[in-house]
Design a protein around this ligand. Structure first.
Ligand SMILES: [Zn+2]
Length: 721
C-alpha cells in the first residue's frame, strides 16, 4: 500500500477496471522464469451484493491441497473484515480508528460471518471451530478462525469445502468498504492462511501461518485459481482481479460478472455506476524499443528472449471528474509493466486494472491486489500548476510494483514487511526516475524527487528500529519510515557499493527464483551472496538485521606548513639551542627555494552505530585531489571480508573504531575534505557534516544538494510527514 508516512499530497480517488485478454499463461520460453504457480488454494465463489444494505451474500467452493509431508488436521482462516467489527478488534486497538491520515467513520462498522462450512461430502465442520489470537492476548479479536477436521488431510492430499458467508462492508476506511454508490471489496471473503511445512521459511516444524489483522500489516496467502461470479444491479460498472470471462443479464435487473485468474494470491473487486472505463493495450512490440530490450539484456547478462515482454490489456476505471488524467494513469501503468517487466521478469497476467477511488473514499486508494490496483489522485492534479506534480503517477507505479513484490514474490507481509514495501519503494523510485526523470515535484523553487523524499524522512529524530521486524513490531509510528524509505535507502546504498549492474542482477535473480513462492529475508541474502559475493551478506546483517543510524562526519581538518624544529638539542657539551628566529630564517630560506611541505590532519568520526566502507576525498590548492578508501571492519571481524564491500580488498586505510585521524604530508595545502564524495551512501542521515573546508569561506562546504535536502527535512518535519 501507499506509505502511511508518505502522503505528501492528498490521494483521493479510487478506481477499478475489468480486464479482457487471453487467460493462458505466456508460453514458456526456456528461460528461468517459472511459468506457473503451484496452486495450493483454489476459490470458486458466487457473490451477490445489495447496494441498499452494503451486504454481500457469498458461497465458496474452496479446494485446499496439503503441501506438507505430514497430515494436517485443522484449517485456519482469515476473517479480515471483522477487523472493522467493533472497537475491541486488534486492528482498532492498534490504529485507534485512524490509518494513513484517514479516520474510520462513526458507525461505519463491517464484519463477516460464516453461515455454514461443510466438507464437499456434506460433513459439517462448524462444530469445534474457534476464534484464535496468535499474535496478542486479545480474545475479542475475530479475524482468525480455526476449523478442526474430523479426518486429517493426508500429505499431498486435498480437501474441498463448501462455505456460505455473509459480509457487511465497512464505510471505506483502511483499504476496503463502500462510500455512497462506490465499493472496493478487499479482504472480503473467508480466506485460508498459509500452511508452512517444516523447513519452509525456516520453520522448525509444520504449522499454519495465519496472523490477525493489524493496523499496518497486510497479507500472506498461497497461490491458487480464482473464479468469482459477482451479481449486482446492472447499472454498476464492475472491475476485478483477473479477466472477465462472462457478463450475464438477469431477469431481476441485475448483472452477473464472472472473473477468472490463476497464479494469484488474492481477489479484489470494485463497482460504481460512475466509473469511466478507459481501455489501452500495453504492446510488447510497440511500447518497448529494440534498444531498450538490448540494453536490458546487456545489463542483466541475459538473452534477448529472456527479457522479452508480453502484451497486457490495461483498464482504468476513472472518476468522471478525473477524465483529464486518463492518459497519465495509462502511461504510468504502462511504465510499470514495462520497467518492472524488463528488470525483474515479464508481467505474466493478461490484464491489469487500475481503480480511481471516488472522492471521499481515499481510504481505499493506494492499494494493491493481484492484477488490480487502486490509484490515488484528486481533481487538483487536473490543472496547472499541479498537473506537473507526478503524485498520481507515483501511486500507480508503486501499486503496480506490488504485482512483483508480494503479488508474485509472495513474501510474508505480516512478518517481514521490508521485503514487500521496501523492495517496492526501491523499485518504484528507479522506474519513476527512468520514465519521468529525477524531479517529481517542482514548486516554490524546490525540486523534489523520489530519492529526496526518502532522504528527507531519514532524519535522526526517527526511530531506527531493526528493519526486519513484523509490521506490528516497530516502535509506534515508525513502521512506515523503516519499511519504506529507510529500506529504499538501504538498497540504494548497497547498489552504491556494488554497482548498478551487480544490483540489477541480484534483483533479477531474486525475483526469478522466488516468483510464485514465499521467500524470507535469508533467501534474499542467499541470492546476494551468490550473485554479488559471499562477503556482501555482511551488509544486510548490519543494515537490516540490527538497528542503527549511519552518520559519518569530517570532524576537523587542518593543513599547515611543516615547521623547522626549535629548542635545545643534544646532551652535555654538545647541547645547542635553535632559536625561534633561527628556525624562521631557515623556513624562509626553504620557502625561497621552492616551499616547505604541508602537513594535513583530518579527523573523521562515526556519529551513528552503523559503519560502512566509505572514502575520503581530499582537495588541494591548485586543483589537485586524492581519494582515500576507508576500509572498515568490526573488532573481531574479518577485515578483508568486510573491506571488500568497498572494492578491492586490502586497499586504502583501515578504519575500525568510532573515529580516525589521518596525517598526510605533501606539497600542497588542503582546501577541503569530503566523506563519500560520490554520494553513494544515501543512508547517511546528515550529509551536511560529510565535508569540511580548511578555511571556512562563509558557505557550508557541503556537497551539492545537501543544503536543500536539509531545508526539506525541516519543512517535512514541520508538516509532520
Ligand atoms: Zn506499498
Amino acid at each position: 500500500m501507499l506509505s502511511p508516512t508518505r502522503r505528501l499530497l492528498p490521494a483521493l480517488a479510487l478506481c477499478s477496471a475489468a480486464m479482457a485478454g487471453p487467460l493462458a499463461p505466456p508460453p514458456a520460453r526456456g528461460d528461468s522464469l517459472p511459468a506457473r504457480a503451484v496452486h495450493v488454494a483454489d476459490y470458486d465463489m458466487r457473490v451477490r451484493f445489495s447496494p441498499e444494505t452494503k451486504r454481500l451474500e457469498g458461497q465458496q467452493r474452496i479446494v485446499w491441497r496439503n503441501p506438507a509431508p505430514e497430515a494436517v488436521s485443522e484449517l485456519w482462516f482469515h476473517l479480515y473484515l471483522n477487523a472493522f467489527k467493533n472497537s475491541k478488534s486488534t486492528f482498532f486497538v492498534e490504529s485507534g480508528g485512524q490509518l494513513r491520515g484517514d479516520r474510520m467513520a462513526e458507525d461505519g462498522w463491517g464484519w463477516v460471518e460464516v453461515r455454514s462450512i461443510r466438507r464437499a461430502d456434506g460433513v459439517d465442520l462448524a462444530p469445534g471451530a474457534t476464534f484464535e489470537h496468535p499474535d496478542d492476548d486479545n480474545a475479542d479479536d475475530r479475524t482468525v478462525w480455526r476449523v478442526p477436521l474430523p479426518e486429517p488431510v493426508p500429505p499431498g492430499g486435498e480437501i474441498a469445502l463448501d462455505v456460505a458467508f455473509e459480509a457487511k462492508l465497512p464505510r471505506i476506511f483502511a483499504r476496503t468498504g463502500y462510500f455512497r454508490d462506490y465499493l472496493l471489496a478487499g479482504q472480503w471473503f473467508p480466506k485460508l492462511g498459509v500452511y508452512e511445512p517444516a523447513g519452509h521459511r525456516g520453520r522448525a516444524e509444520g504449522g499454519w501461518n495465519c496472523h490477525q489483522f493489524h493496523a499496518n500489516s497486510e497479507f500472506y496467502a498461497d497461490f491458487g485459481h480464482y473464479r468469482v461470479e459477482l451479481t449486482l444491479p446492472k447499472h454498476f460498472v464492475v472491475g476485478a482481479t483477473g479477466k472477465r470471462v462472462l457478463r450475464r443479464e438477469n431477469p431481476d435487473g441485475t448483472s452477473t460478472h464472472v472473473f477468472e485468474q490463476g497464479d494469484v494470491v488474492d481477489f479484489a473487486w470494485t463497482a460504481s455506476p460512475r466509473f469511466l472505463e478507459v481501455k489501452a493495450t500495453f504492446s510488447a512490440e510497440k511500447d518497448v524499443t529494440a534498444e531498450e530490450y538490448a540494453e536490458t539484456a546487456r545489463l542483466l547478462g541475459r538473452s534477448l528472449d529472456e527479457v522479452r515482454l508480453s502484451d497486457v490489456e490495461v483498464t482504468v476505471l476513472l472518476q468522471p471528474e478525473h477524465a483529464a488524467q486518463a492518459d497519465r494513469h495509462v502511461r504510468a501503468a504502462k511504465a510499470g509493466i514495462k520497467w518492472f517487466g524488463l528488470w525483474y521478469g515479464r508481467y505474466p497476467y493478461p490484464t491489469l486494472t487500475v481503480v480511481d477511488p471516488a472522492y471521499g473514499a481515499g481510504g481505499s486508494g493506494g492499494m494493491e491486489y493481484p492484477t488490480f490496483i487502486t490509484a490515488g489522485t484528486s481533481t487538483l492534479f487536473n490543472r496547472w500548476p499541479l498537473d506537473r506534480v507526478l503524485a498520481p503517477e507515483g501511486v500507480t507505479v508503486h501499486e503496480f510494483g506490488h504485482q512483483y513484490w508480494q503479488g508474485m514474490v509472495a513474501s510474508n507481509e505480516f512478518e517481514e514487511p521490508w521485503l514487500d514495501e521496501g523492495f517496492n519503494s526501491y523499485s518504484t523510485g528507479k522506474v519513476m526516475k527512468r520514465v519521468y526523470g529525477p524531479t517529481l515535484v517542482q514548486a516554490l523553487g524546490l525540486r523534489l524527487g523520489e530519492l529526496e523524499s526518502a532522504r528527507a524522512q531519514n532524519s535522526v529524530d526517527r526511530m531506527f528500529d531493526r528493519i526486519r521486524s513484523s509490521s506490528w513490531g516497530f516502535s509506534p509510528g515508525n513502521y512506515g519510515f523503516n519499511s519504506y524509505a529507510r529500506t529504499q535507502l538501504t538498497l540504494l546504498t548497497f547498489e552504491g557499493l556494488v554497482g548498478a549492474e551487480t544490483m540489477a542482477r541480484v534483483m533479477r535473480t531474486y525475483h526469478e527464483r522466488w516468483r510464485f513462492r514465499h521467500p524470507r529475508s535469508e533467501d534474499f541474502y542467499d541470492v546476494v551472496a551468490e550473485v554479488a559475493g559471499p562477503h556482501r551478506r555482511a551488509y544486510f546483517e548490519r543494515t537490516v538485521e540490527r538497528p542503527g543510524i549511519l552518520d559519518d562526519e569530517v570532524a576537523s581538518v587542518k593543513s599547515e606548513q611543516v615547521r623547522e624544529p626549535r629548542g635545545v638539542f643534544g646532551e652535555g657539551e654538545k647541547k645547542a639551542t635553535v632559536t625561534t628566529k633561527q628556525a624562521r630564517q631557515k623556513e624562509a630560506k626553504a620557502d625561497e627555494a621552492g616551499g616547505r611541505p604541508w602537513r594535513t590532519t583530518v579527523v573523521v568520526r562515526r556519529r551513528g552505530e552503523l559503519s560502512l566502507p566509505t572514502s575520503l576525498r581530499l582537495e588541494y590548492e591548485g586543483g589537485k585531489a586524492q581519494t582515500v578508501a576507508l576500509r572498515e571492519h568490526e573488532p573481531g571481524g574479518s577485515e578483508l571480508e568486510t573491506a571488500s564491500l568497498a572494492g578491492s580488498p586490502g586497499a586504502g586505510e583501515p578504519w575500525s573504531g568510532r573515529w580516525k585521524r589521518l596525517e598526510l604530508t605533501g606539497e600542497r595545502r588542503l582546501v577541503s575534505a569530503t566523506l563519500d564524495p560520490e554520494d553513494r551512501l544515501v543512508l547517511d542521515v546528515n550529509r551536511l557534516n560529510n565535508s569540511r573546508r580548511v578555511e571556512p569561506d562563509g558557505r557550508a562546504a557541503a556537497h551539492w544538494g545537501a543544503r536543500w535536502v536539509f531545508w526539506l527535512q525541516q519543512l517535512l518535519a514541520v508538516a509532520g510527514l
